[in-house]
Design a protein around this ligand. Structure first.
Ligand code: TXA
Ligand code: MG
Length: 321
């Protein structure tokens, strides 16, 4: 079966076609610097609900809305001093700010999943920016994968995971950062750390001071993305492994392993490892292996976000995502 025709190499025509698709309520997957997003018009409840259906995602999980710049973000939400500082320091980039919706905010209430806040991000990717500009729409976009599976860092990952559930996939090659954005609660003067991601916690704290740990209550998550078992491959995952057991694939980090199927970063660079993480997990998630053994990764720099995703990948399966 030929399904290549949902993947489009981007040119002027493709962007115009994708913008039109979004304006008419369709779903378009597009690359960002972090991972591919499954985009829909964030002003349109029906289009946004299509995202939940396509991903098989629980409806209480709120979505990130992508906007072209800080000014656009301020049309929808209140930015306090801390939020402004962070936006100025890291946008466009792999930082998502949870801020209070304005009273007349026209964004679909579904993107906020019943909360009075909204998660906003300005992506640092030429194609994403062109799509935002040409469509003139704020775009709700979670990672473009079935709920609970590994996030996509290439167009083919999106197609393999979502199949016919997506109308168009814009191909921008491999994502540079390779991990979702860091999510910060900037609704109060002191900011909260909701999800580790593509910008290291230490880097953010240089701008806004120490971060509160927020959203870790599993029963009432302030950021439902904090639920366990979120980024799971089909194979069982074993962490802090020094090598493969019989039948397992081994994903190494750094030197000192004589037999590795793949290496996240031979020289132990956590940024390189983040960029490789999901693509390598996709590549090794194959039925000929009985499991996926992964070497220890230090909790420094992007290691914190990598270990967060790996802990979730190794946790018991549930229906979240
Ligand atoms: O890098 C990324 O962030 C990617 C790309 C496509 O931009 N998007 C992404 O979206 O990962 P998603 O929907 O998979 O993750 C959204 C995260 C979840 O952890 C969610 O719980 C949290 O943001 N979130 C969204 N809205 C929120 C809100 N109003 N309050 C608290 N957390 C929120
Ligand atoms: Mg996701």
């Amino acid at each position: 079966m030929q399904k290549e025709d949902v993947i489009f190499r981007p040119d002027g025509d493709t962007i115009a076609k994708a913008s039109h698709a979004l304006q008419t309520g369709k779903l378009v997957a597009f690359p960002t610097e972090t991972v591919y997003g499954l985009g829909a018009n964030a002003l349109d409840d029906k289009a946004v609900s299509g995202i939940f259906a396509a991903k098989g995602r629980p409806a209480f999980n709120p979505l990130i809305v992508h906007v072209p710049n800080l000014e656009a973000a301020q049309e929808y939400a209140h930015f306090n001093e801390a939020a402004l500082k962070l936006a100025r320091a890291f946008w466009p980039g792999a930082l998502t700010l949870v801020v209070k919706r304005k009273a007349d905010c026209p964004l679909s209430l579904l993107v906020s999943a019943g909360l009075d806040t909204v998660a906003l991000r300005v992506p640092n990717h030429r194609l994403a920016q062109e799509l935002l500009e040409t469509s003139g729409l704020p775009l709700a976009a979670p990672s473009a994968n079935r709920s609970g599976s590994i996030s996509p860092t290439r167009a083919e990952h999106v197609q393999n995971s979502l199949g016919d559930n997506v109308d168009m996939i814009l191909d921008g090659g491999a994502c540079k950062v390779g991990l979702e954005s860091t999510v910060i609660d900037a609704t109060e003067d002191s900011c909260g750390f909701l999800r580790p991601g593509g910008i290291a916690k230490e880097t953010i704290e240089k701008i806004c001071g120490p971060l509160r740990v927020a959203g870790t209550d599993q029963n009432a998550p302030k950021s439902p993305g904090m639920l366990l078992s979120h980024y799971a491959p089909s194979l069982p995952v074993r962490l802090n492994a020094t090598g493969a057991n019989e039948g397992e694939a081994f994903l190494a980090f750094g030197k000192g392993y004589d037999k590795a199927d793949l290496n996240l970063s031979l020289y132990g660079d956590t940024e390189e490892a983040a960029a490789n993480l999901f693509a390598m997990m996709h590549a090794l998630d194959r039925p000929e292996f009985s499991g996926l053994a992964i070497a220890p990764i230090p909790n420094e720099g992007l290691g914190l976000a990598i270990n967060d995703r790996l802990t979730r990948a190794s946790a018991g399966r549930n229906e979240e995502g």
